[in-house]
Design a protein around this ligand. Structure first.
Ligand code: SAM
Length: 240
């Protein structure tokens, strides 16, 4: 599949998973902003399921890019909240059918994401990263989500963006609790800048203003777009 627009039209409807169509313009905007700022890095996701979002993000990787999928996959004894039964076989088949045409290096890490220790993260950054787009969509308990957010933060390239799914999602309160713990227990190097359709986007302190400005200009005077404060940081919140 050639580009993200074609994937969105032809690939997305054929892959099971959880992707909201309203994310697309903002994913493209983040990619454009990173390119304009000269941000370099690779792509990763914790909680991949059949690759619906990962394959979308892979379209931003470009030739020679690296895309890393982290999931318990078929070891579902470790999927304690049962949100989607990951499958490496389905993921690989979907990449084959709907992945971008260019030469991309995929890595598949079958692990409980909370088992990644400091040495694992160092290896991950050295071999597969650092990452300019890191999606967190694994187990939704507060403990898992907090651990995954810290992993994403540790593995991020300068100018990288973390995408957290299920923020303010009533069925998964652990995600919102994790973000509260992230800001309550730690002094994070990330600030949220955009909230749309339960996805919260974060960037590093020195980069937050650029992404916020780009989103604000893109949204314009939409009645559903409101500048808010979350955990002391300015966030463009688009709702509903
Ligand atoms: C909601 S699904 C992910 C949806 C996916 N991002 C998409 O685009 O459709 C959650 C995924 O997290 C995985 N998962 C659950 N617990 C995990 C853990 N402890 N470590 C890594 N992956 C986990 C599941 O196997 C499942 O594939």
């Amino acid at each position: 599949m050639r580009d993200i627009a074609a994937y969105w039209q032809e690939g997305l409807p054929n892959i099971e998973g959880w992707v909201n169509e309203r994310w697309l313009p903002y994913l493209k905007l983040v990619d454009d902003t990173q390119n304009a700022l000269g941000v370099k890095g690779h792509i990763a996701e914790i909680g991949v399921y059949h690759g619906k979002l990962l394959i979308a993000l892979a379209h931003f990787a470009g030739p020679g890019g690296k895309v890393t999928a982290i999931d318990v996959f078929d070891d579902q004894t470790r999927n304690i909240d049962g949100a989607g039964v990951g499958s490496l076989e389905h993921l690989k088949a979907n990449i084959q059918s709907y992945g971008p045409d260019c030469n991309i290096e995929y890595s598949f890490l079958k692990t409980d994401s909370t088992a990644l220790n400091c040495a694992d993260k160092v290896s991950l950054v050295r071999d597969n990263g650092p990452f300019r787009l890191f999606s967190v969509d694994g187990c939704h308990t507060a403990e898992h989500t907090l651990s995954d957010l810290l992993t994403a933060q540790d593995c991020l390239a300068p100018g990288g963006v973390v995408l957290l799914d299920d923020m303010f999602q009533p069925h998964w309160p652990g995600v919102t609790e994790a973000v509260a713990l992230f800001y309550g227990r730690y002094v994070p190097r990330l600030k949220p800048f955009l909230y749309i359709a339960h996805k919260l986007f974060f960037a590093g302190h020195g980069w937050h203003a650029e992404f916020l400005k780009a989103c604000n200009e893109h949204a314009g005077p939409l009645p559903e777009a409101k500048m808010t404060q979350m955990f002391g940081h300015s966030v463009l919140s688009i709702f509903p």
